[in-house]
Each structure stands twice: as structure tokens, then as C-alpha cells.
Design a protein around this ligand. Sequence first.
Ligand SMILES: [Zn+2]
Length: 286
Amino acid sequence: MRPVARPPWNPRWAALSASHAVAAALGEYCSACEIPLLSKRIAWNASTGEAVTGRARPADWGDLLVLCPHCARAAAGRAPGGTVLLPDRDATFALGPGAPFSDELRTVEVAGTDGGEPDVTERVFVVPNGDAAAGTVQLFGLNTAQQVDSRLRLALHADPAEMPLSGEQRRQLTELDDPRLMLRTAAWEHAKDAAVAYRQLTGDAALASWALLLAHAISSRGFWSVWAAVLTEVDLPLVTSALGLPPGSADPKAPGYRLPVAVAAHAFKATRGDWLPSPSPTTEQD
Ligand SMILES: [Zn+2]
């Protein structure tokens, strides 16, 4: 979960809906699952657990996050209390074994209603480390399909006698509605491929091109923390620049310093860099 530093309230946001204002401030990605927010986004008050409709207001600015419809459906009406990690106030990303969340490829079997063989595929699950992280995964249903489309929900629950579905059809219908696991898995696979490609590069120009392509891929696919977890082991300063942050040493004269790639710095607004090895850089904001 990408950690963010919430910018102070900007009076211009009063002209926007709450969901547009918080996306403008924190980036167009779900604050919980990190999927890109392509059409529907929901402002969510982390204190009350309620969706916020209408214009943005300074009164609840300090509690607003932006959610995709799937995370919002999972979290609907549940005040998070103290048992969850939230990206604007907790350490929701870290390197190494103490990380609050890690990604794990698991085999998923989906049984059909047609009596045939189950569909078997692999999906990346979020594995929590500790009670608060586990509460977060549960609150937002990060590993559980959350159906928001009522027609697809009906199709999935159709009478098997009238509409038998194979395991593959049931999985496809589920993922058409809630693509979070499918897209998280795709991002993870691309990050693994990028790590392999990195090892074949020679010369600084090739490295810089790789980082630029990477920044575009991360920005368009989302799941910042998936990329960060896979690739910071490869080349920390280069990858943090592709993630939109300067490296741990914010001193431009320090060896290995690289400017944040602009496309990622713009997309991943307000990302905190306090998880980087010392010394902590200044927070990147738009
Ligand atoms: Zn989400």
C-alpha cells in the first residue's frame, strides 16, 4: 500500500467533488488496493467508514481517502477503528522482512456448476504481517472478489440447471466485475520481467531508458507497491526514481542520485519516502 503524505487543504478543491479532490491530491489510484481509478472513484472517510458524496470540504479533508468501487463495497459502513493500517498515517510499505504487506503467488481453483474440471490459475495475494495489516486486508477485501455489477452478480448465482457455468466462465465473470487480483498479478509479472531485463542492461543510457519505460508502466498499470517490492532489490536508487521519488539521499550531489522520473512523480502524488534507507528524503508532492 503506497504510503502518502496528505497535502494541506487547498481552497480550490471546494469546487470539486470530494472524490475528485482527494484523487487530485493523492493520485488516481485506489488508496487501498492501488488499482488505477479509470472511471468510478469514491471518497471514503477513514474515521467514520462512510462514503462522502458532494463537494470536498475542509472539515473532513484530514480523513479522506479515495477508493475503487470494490474496496468501497468491502469497507462500506465499517469504521476502521485502530486495527487497520491507512496509507496517510501508518507505515504501509517497507523493505525487507518487517514489511507490513507482501505479495505471494498462489494457485486458485474455481469450481464450475457444470460438473466439469475446476479452473486452475495463479493470482497474487496480499499477505499481511501482523494484526493491523490483517485487519486492513479484511476491511478492504483485498483478496476477495467484491462484485459491484448486479447483472454479473445475478449471472454468477444463476440456477445451474438453467445456466451451467464452467470454472473458467465463473472465474472470468468474477474478474470482469472485480479485476483487482487479476491486475495485481499482471503488474507483479511485469515487474518480474522488468527485473530480468535489468540484468541484461549495460551502460547508463540503457539503465535510464529502462527506468523511463518502467515509470510509464507503473503509472499506467498502478499497484505501485507491487513494483516497489519486486524491483527495489534490483537497483534501489534507479527504481525509486522510476517510482517517482528521489533516492534515500536527497542530496543531488550524492553518488547514485537520480532525479525522479517526471511521469511517475506526477502520477504518484504525495508518496512518502520514509521507508527508504537513511536519510529520509523530503516528501514528493505535486
Ligand atoms: Zn481498491
